[in-house]
Design a protein around this ligand. Structure first.
Ligand code: HXC
Length: 280
């Protein structure tokens, strides 16, 4: 059995021009964790299609410069709203500042996350709780503070989850537990809020290049080796996840709710990340 040969469609870079430019004109998005990484790119993609934005994060300098560069690159307005998702009042303030600025709220990305590698025997109760508080409680806070606005606009949630919890991965007990909770919360929102016209979905990224998650979980220089174990033969790009956000917030995704969209190049279906393809 030989490995895949060139040209190979799976190696195509993602396009952000698949959708019409103005599909989100007049819409407003709010995102936690929007100051960097995958969520920054998701917000940028939605703004490129016409939306205004409020982003929330803990690091004020990084958040402020992210909002500025989002505004500059998309020519839409993005406001920084600093805060910690573990503090409900911070989340309320950030969402209300966004609604005050733009007059409405249509889309919410729950993206703030915390992660560290630790054997289950060594995680302290405070360490475990810290991750649950950021990922799961922070998501709940964001949903609670925004739900009335989304009921008004018939809006949509997108939760940034992971694939860790679908299989179990060593040294990731806390984030796996937290993300399983996020998946469940999204499904609850979908079934309770569907009759009000509010949708809720999960995007579960695999290994995405240039992210804090990849930095924390991958040995230095390990991305090339990992790529050979992924069916589509590449590590993901932030734009792969950003495009899923555009799709799910657009009318093209109007019948999708309560679903988990795994975007991982097929990694979850490979019979073990430690085994190479037979001839590669
Ligand atoms: C063991 C650790 C630890 C480590 C922290 N803790 N780091 N335990 N190993 N490496 C424990 C501490 O010892 C402490 O418990 C408790 O966690 C709280 O630590 P603090 O540093 O006080 O918390 P805080 O300042 O709030 O920091 C939160 C954090 C931190 C998550 C722990 O790492 C952080 O802020 N990270 C930035 C955000 C982030 O992680 N982004 C990556 C997301 S990627 P004790 O008992 O000792 O006091 C992601 C992707 C997942 O989520 C999927 C990937 C595929």
């Amino acid at each position: 059995m030989s490995g895949p040969s060139e040209p190979y469609i799976g190696r195509a870079v993602p396009s952000t021009t698949t959708f019409k430019d103005n599909i989100f004109a007049g819409k407003v998005i709010f995102a936690t964790g929007g100051g960097s990484g995958i969520v920054y790119k998701m917000v940028e993609a939605v703004m490129r299609h016409g939306a205004s934005a409020g982003i929330m994060g803990r690091k004020v300098d990084r958040l402020t410069s992210a909002a500025q560069s989002l505004s500059d690159t998309t020519r839409q307005k993005c406001i920084p709203t600093p805060g910690d998702v573990r503090n409900y009042e911070d989340v309320v303030k950030a969402i209300e500042a966004t609604v005050k600025q733009f007059g409405r709220l249509d889309f919410v990305i729950c993206g703030a996350a915390g992660n560290f590698l630790a054997p289950i025997e060594n995680i302290s109760p405070k360490g475990f709780k810290t991750v649950i508080d950021i990922d799961l409680l922070g998501t709940y806070h964001t949903v609670k503070a925004s739900l009335d606005h989304l009921k008004k606009s018939h809006g949509a949630y997108l939760h940034v989850s992971a694939t860790l919890q679908y299989t179990g991965i060593p040294w990731q007990a806390a984030p796996s537990s937290a993300k399983a909770g996020v998946d469940a919360l999204s499904q609850s929102i979908a079934v309770e809020m569907g009759p009000f016209g509010v949708r809720s979905n999960v995007v579960a990224p695999g290994m995405i290049a240039g992210t804090e998650g990849a930095d924390r979980l991958t040995p230095k220089g390990g991305e090339d080796i990992i790529a050979t174990r992924i069916p589509l033969q590449r590590v993901g790009e932030k734009d792969d996840i950003a495009n899923m956000a555009v799709y799910l917030f657009s009318d093209a995704g109007a019948y999708c709710t309560g679903t988990k969209f795994v975007v991982d190049g097929g990694s979850m279906h490979f019979p073990g990340p430690w085994l190479p393809y037979p001839d590669s």
